[in-house]
Design a protein around this ligand. Structure first.
Ligand SMILES: [Zn+2]
Length: 303
């Protein structure tokens, strides 16, 4: 069957910020878990270069300011840099003013390292406040990647939903912000990262391979068209046995000739070009088409 599949490998380079910002843990032991993210990033950059794959990195401003040289090398290798707040703050824990400040500070850090504002946003813990989508729109973001309203098909975000409980849920209006959907099942953190009393993690890599490859195979065999978005964290995926699993998965994906590995901004732009804002129901029924997508060329980016 002819397929037309875009694969997005995305990396949330939280480093130390997730321990300080989300988990409020500043012990040398906790910090060292974040530090490992820098070690693993070196390995991932080598693997991405070997695969000739362009990926997307959501990087908190705190990581950019802590590891400017390493983040500069991610930029130099041609990868996309997306927004991930400043110190991995969860938007629902912030006031409106605080959320604005964190967004703008994160953007400033990205602009310093790339020379331009980010096009994409991924919320830490994939949580959005009642204000988040409005703030992203105001700031001209192209896409968000924090919601789970579809699996293989991007869609337009909505504003103005009414979460009624005594009647049907009321859907708001679509806005000019593309959603590239995510899911916890295609995220390495819950599968692998052990957190005392919170998350068991430490799954066998073979088990995770089965889940990740299974979702990809379903897309190829049954959905036929769409985007497959994998969310990984260098400090989690960067352990030896997990990198071997990822290498095996990418090999498996590359066996399909109609698969293109793309940065998420490219996917969002291509999807938006062929899907103008429409009534919510119509958009949700459309299949994602990437007929006009051009695979990114590693050699071009290195020029
Ligand atoms: Zn994160």
């Amino acid at each position: 069957m002819a397929t037309n599949i875009s694969v997005c490998l995305s990396f949330d380079f939280d480093a130390i910020s997730v321990w300080l910002g989300s988990l409020n843990a500043a012990s040398p032991s906790a910090i060292s878990r974040g530090e490992f993210g820098a070690v693993a990033t070196e390995r991932l950059l080598q693997m991405l270069a070997r695969w000739e794959i362009r990926s997307t990195w959501f990087i908190p401003g705190h990581t950019i300011d802590t590891y400017p040289d390493l983040v500069g090398r991610i930029v130099d290798a041609g990868h996309e840099i997306g927004h991930h707040n400043y110190c991995h703050e969860n938007p629902i824990s912030l006031s409106l003013e605080e959320e604005k400040r964190v967004l703008d500070r994160g953007t400033d850090a990205i602009r310093r390292i790339t020379g331009r504002p980010p096009e994409g946003f991924r919320s830490p813990a994939w949580d959005l406040s009642p204000h988040s989508l409005d703030l992203l729109l105001e700031r001209g973001f192209l896409y968000d990647s924090s919601l789970m309203g579809n699996d293989y098909t991007p869609y337009y975000c909505r504003i103005g939903d009414v979460p009624a409980k005594d009647g049907p849920y009321v859907f708001g209006r679509e806005v000019d912000l593309v959603e590239i959907p995510v899911t916890w099942g295609l995220d390495d953190f819950p599968a692998f990262e052990w957190l005392y009393g919170v998350n068991q993690g430490l799954s066998a890599a073979s088990q995770v391979y089965e889940r990740w490859a299974g979702d990809f195979d379903y897309l190829c065999e049954f959905a036929g068209k769409g985007v497959y978005c994998l969310t990984m964290h260098p400090q989690v995926i960067g352990r030896g046995h997990r990198l071997l699993m990822l290498d095996r998965l990418v090999d498996h994906m590359k066996e399909r000739t109609s698969v293109s590995f793309m940065a998420m901004a490219e996917v969002a732009r291509e999807w938006k070009r062929s899907h103008s804002a429409t009534p919510a129901q119509e958009t949700r029924c459309m299949l994602f088409s990437t007929d006009s997508c051009k695979p990114w060329s590693y050699d071009e980016a290195k020029k």
